[in-house]
Design a protein around this ligand. Structure first.
Ligand SMILES: [Ca+2]
Ligand SMILES: [Ca+2]
Ligand SMILES: [Ca+2]
Ligand SMILES: [Ca+2]
Length: 234
């Protein structure tokens, strides 16, 4: 005959492995809050040995209905204070439409090598010059208008985390692409880093990933069933 304690222990053993949701992310330089969020973009160690700090390794993306979060990771130290300039750009295809915005198959007249081209409507830049901030900004790309500055971000080791409210992503007059960043709508995200660690040499481009605004992500119940964080909360 089972005791109440035994039943309780059994219940604990089959308890779901809870994933973090974007609501739990804090921009504090501690990246433990990202552990359960899957990598959206992986990029190879494809820069020269002098530019490991500007060499993208992976990107995670998360969102609530009103805020975008990202964790950008490189092969060296993210945004280091080493005397060089680094410009990490998260590209946002806000309408998931390659025919609007600026395509990322070419940059300043040169092919980028990106295979799955997006039409970036905005970018979210972390700019660094000798360890000082040099443009922590959201830019509307077709107009080149900076629409927001000084969003929250923190770096530490190989990573940096950031958050930007969706309501700052406003296209200037004449560049309207309709309703964007609605809960449940799909955006595409990619990235590039340009800097002078190797004399404004190779630029690191990544392939894109899709992200659904505010979507709860799958939680694996020890392989027995799959549910979502949203289901669990209900
Ligand atoms: Ca954090
Ligand atoms: Ca890379
Ligand atoms: Ca677009
Ligand atoms: Ca790359």
């Amino acid at each position: 005959m089972r005791s109440v304690t035994a039943v309780t222990i059994m219940a604990l053993c089959v308890a779901p492995l809870f994933a973090q949701e974007a609501n739990d992310i804090v921009i504090d330089g501690d990246f433990a809050d990202w552990e359960a969020i899957p990598i959206a973009i992986e990029d190879p160690n494809d820069m020269g040995p002098g530019n490991i700090h500007g060499d993208y390794k992976s990107i995670k993306v998360a969102s609530t209905d009103d805020t975008l979060f990202a964790l950008e990771t490189v092969y060296g130290d993210a945004a280091p204070a080493d005397g060089f300039r680094y410009y990490y750009h998260l590209l946002i295809d806000a309408d998931s439409d390659a025919s609007t915005g600026v395509p990322n198959d070419a940059y300043e007249g040169n092919p980028t090598g990106v295979a799955d081209v997006i039409g970036s409507d905005f970018h979210v830049q972390i700019g660094r010059d000798a360890g000082a901030n040099d443009g922590i900004s959201v830019t509307h790309l077709e107009s080149q208008e900076v629409v927001f500055e000084d969003f929250r971000w923190m770096n530490g080791g190989d990573s940096m985390e950031l958050s930007v409210d969706f309501d700052v992503f406003v296209a200037p007059a004449g560049f309207d692409i309709g309703a964007i960043f609605q809960p449940g709508s799909t955006i595409r995200v990619a990235a590039f880093q340009e800097g002078n660690a190797e004399g404004w040499g190779p630029i690191d481009w990544t392939e894109p990933a899709e992200h659904v605004i505010g979507r709860p992500f799958a939680v694996d119940l020890h392989g027995k069933a799959t549910t979502t964080w949203g289901d669990i909360k209900n």
